[in-house]
Ligand binder design. Structure first.
Ligand SMILES: [Fe+2]
Ligand SMILES: [Fe+2]
Length: 166
């Protein structure tokens, strides 16, 4: 059985992951409004991943005999000043999520909940990927920002991202 402190923290993480899904969906809508279908596709896949993260925790809480409680999801922004600004915001957001995951691991260790420590390892690894993905696109957009065709070319590349990664 999960202890109350850890259950509360895991429920809060479900909310954080659902906020991530909502944030990336808002980013998708922003790119759709610019007719950047490839960027929008990347965000659509990312948003789906985040829902998957929330559901992983959801099922884990239930498997451990705990109780899932859902809270209100904060309103994400609707506008950014450029594609680069979107990915900078995404990168910053993922750094915040990484800190939340690290706090969860520390709590699980403190509460001597070994099953949760193991469960959370997947998220630790996933956050390395999430930060690297966002940082890579920030890097490309920063490097290419003086080339007018860059956004068009990157849109083609990001259009290739498919569902199925975590
Ligand atoms: Fe996530
Ligand atoms: Fe991922």
């Amino acid at each position: 059985m999960l202890n109350k402190k850890l259950q509360d923290a895991l429920n809060a993480q479900i909310n954080a992951e659902l906020y991530s899904a909502y944030l990336y969906l808002a980013m998708e809508a922003y790119f759709q409004s610019l007719n950047l279908k490839g960027f929008a596709n990347w965000m659509c896949v990312q948003s789906g991943e985040e829902t998957g993260h929330a559901m992983k925790i959801y099922h884990y809480i239930i498997e451990r005999g705990g109780r899932v409680t859902l809270d209100a999801i904060d309103k994400p922004p609707a506008e950014w000043k450029s594609p680069l600004a979107v990915f900078e915001a995404g990168y910053k957001h993922e750094q915040k999520v990484t800190a939340l995951i690290n706090d969860l691991v520390e709590l699980a260790c403190k509460e001597k909940d070994h099953a949760s420590v193991i469960f959370l390892q997947w998220f630790v690894t996933e956050q390395v990927e999430e930060e690297a993905n966002a940082a890579e696109i920030v890097g490309k957009l920063s490097m290419l920002k003086d080339i007018p065709q860059a956004v068009y070319l990157l849109d083609k590349e990001l259009g290739q991202r498919t569902k199925g990664e975590e």
